[in-house]
Structures are given as structure tokens and as C-alpha cells.
Design a protein around this ligand. Structure first.
Ligand code: SF4
Length: 245
């Protein structure tokens, strides 16, 4: 499998747990705000290793969980499955970050009881997907609904998350997204980090303020179910908007 990074200890990638994070190479979307796209194109950073070699390279001394991130990890399904198995054998909780393009692979990992937590990107209103993520919005909407339902019925924690693109998104995007993700366990609205964005267009965008994100959180609150929590993730803090039952 191909990876472009390992972080041995993170306190922000798995709620309430210290985790190690592995970043898998390759992605089938292209988001202007991506922090990792440049790294994925850098051949010196992308290394081919077996899942066992990757796992053995992680210093697990402080980690209670493994986060499999990217890129889009599901583009390397066998590697993801093997990493999940290795982590489970060590008694770690496992989280997968995904953009929602591979429903069958997510279902397979759930069916094999290899995953505890899925963080699913919901980029924007679905008619803007082509512009913001270079992917078909109707396909992704169907996938997102399927993944949420599958997680809920199999007791896998499902977080949906939206990074707000200041110049291209508005309240209407959040209304549409909140209606779609209304059954998830946690909905996170995230601040875009212009400075580390992939394209110049995004680097020049205005900085969205935490107050504006809180306002979007309040809008989302009207549409999600009573079990769903809502948080705002700014670049350095997390704010609670709603606690689910
Ligand atoms: S889906 Fe994630 S990894 Fe892929 S381009 Fe978008 S932000 Fe980057």
C-alpha cells in the first residue's frame, strides 16, 4: 500500500482518545482547500509498504486508537482492511476518514466488524460538488445516505463534516446538508484553513469567522434529529452547538 505520512500521537483526530494517524496516498476528488494534495503528488513522500510494515512503523506507546486517513483511504481497500485487522488485534479503536465515494468498501469493513468510527465528508450542497470537489453530486448524495444508514443500523459511530468554503458556500448549503445528514451521530462544521489550501484561488479567499460558523451551526440545528450533536471546529478550538440525546 502507498502512504504519505504517519503521526504517532494526535489528540484531535479521535474524540476523547489519543490516536495514531496513517495517511494513505491518492484521492478521487480534488478540493481546492486540500492540505494534503501537494504531499500526495510529491514522489519523495509517497512510500510503498505492506500494511504490516506500516503498522510496525507506528509508535503506539500513547495511542488508544488508529485513524486511517488520506487522501481517500478506500482507494486501497485491501490495505485499509489489513490495517484495521492489525489495529483491532492490538485492541485499538479504529476510525476511517472517507469522502464517501466507496460505499461497498465501507460496508465490507463494517460487516467484518473492523471499524468503530467513520468520519464522512459532506463537502457542500450537492449541485456544487463538481465545482468544489470535482465529483458528481447526485452520486455522492446517494452514497452519503447509504453510509449513514448502514453505520446507524450497525452501531458504528458516524460523523459527517463540512469544511465551509467562504466564497462559494452559503446558508443554503448548510440547510441542504443538515437535511441530508439529519440522522448522523455528530455533525461538524469546520473552518477552512486558507493558508494551507492547495489552490491559489482558495489561498486568497476571505477567512471565515467563528461567529459565522456558529450561526451556520444554529441553522443546522433546525434540521437534524434530536440524537445528533453539532460542533464547530475552528482551526484551533472546538465549540459545542447542540448535544444529541
Ligand atoms: S477529498 Fe480530502 S484528500 Fe481528497 S482532495 Fe478533497 S480534501 Fe483532499
Amino acid at each position: 500500500m502507498k502512504i504519505f505520512g504517519i503521526v504517532d500521537i494526535s489528540t484531535i483526530d479521535y474524540p476523547k482518545m489519543c490516536s495514531a494517524v496513517v495517511f494513505l496516498s491518492g484521492c478521487n476528488m480534488l478540493c481546492g482547500y486540500c492540505h494534503n494534495y501537494e504531499h500526495m503528488l510529491d514522489n519523495t513522500r509517497n512510500i510503498d509498504m505492506s500494511p504490516k510494515e506500516v503498522f510496525d512503523k507506528i509508535d503506539l506507546i500513547f495511542a488508544d486508537a488508529l485513524v486511517i486517513s488520506g487522501g481517500e483511504p478506500t482507494l486501497q481497500p485491501e490495505g485499509v482492511k489489513e490495517l484495521c485487522k492489525l489495529a483491532k488485534n492490538e485492541g485499538l479503536a479504529v476510525k476511517l476518514d472517507t469522502n464517501g465515494t466507496s460505499v461497498d468498501i465501507v460496508k465490507d469493513i463494517i460487516d467484518n466488524k473492523l471499524i468503530d468510527y467513520i468520519a464522512l465528508d459532506v463537502k457542500c450542497g450537492f449541485d456544487k460538488y463538481e465545482k468544489i470537489a470535482r465529483y458528481n453530486g447526485s452520486i455522492i448524495k446517494k452514497n452519503i445516505l447509504e453510509i449513514i444508514n448502514y453505520c446507524i443500523s450497525n452501531n458504528v459511530f458516524i460523523e459527517c463534516r463540512t469544511t465551509v468554503v467562504p466564497d462559494l458556500m452559503d446558508k443554503q448549503d448548510i440547510v441542504e446538508i443538515a437535511k441530508t445528514v439529519k440522522d448522523c451521530n455528530l455533525y461538524a462544521i469546520q473552518q477552512m484553513d486558507c493558508h494551507h489550501s492547495y489552490t491559489e484561488e482558495y489561498q486568497k479567499m476571505r477567512h471565515i469567522k467563528t461567529d459565522e460558523l456558529m450561526e451556520l451551526g444554529k441553522i443546522a440545528e433546525k434540521y437534524v434529529g434530536e440524537d445528533t450533536s453539532i460542533i464547530i471546529r475552528s482551526n484551533n478550538e472546538v465549540f459545542k452547538v447542540k448535544t444529541g440525546k
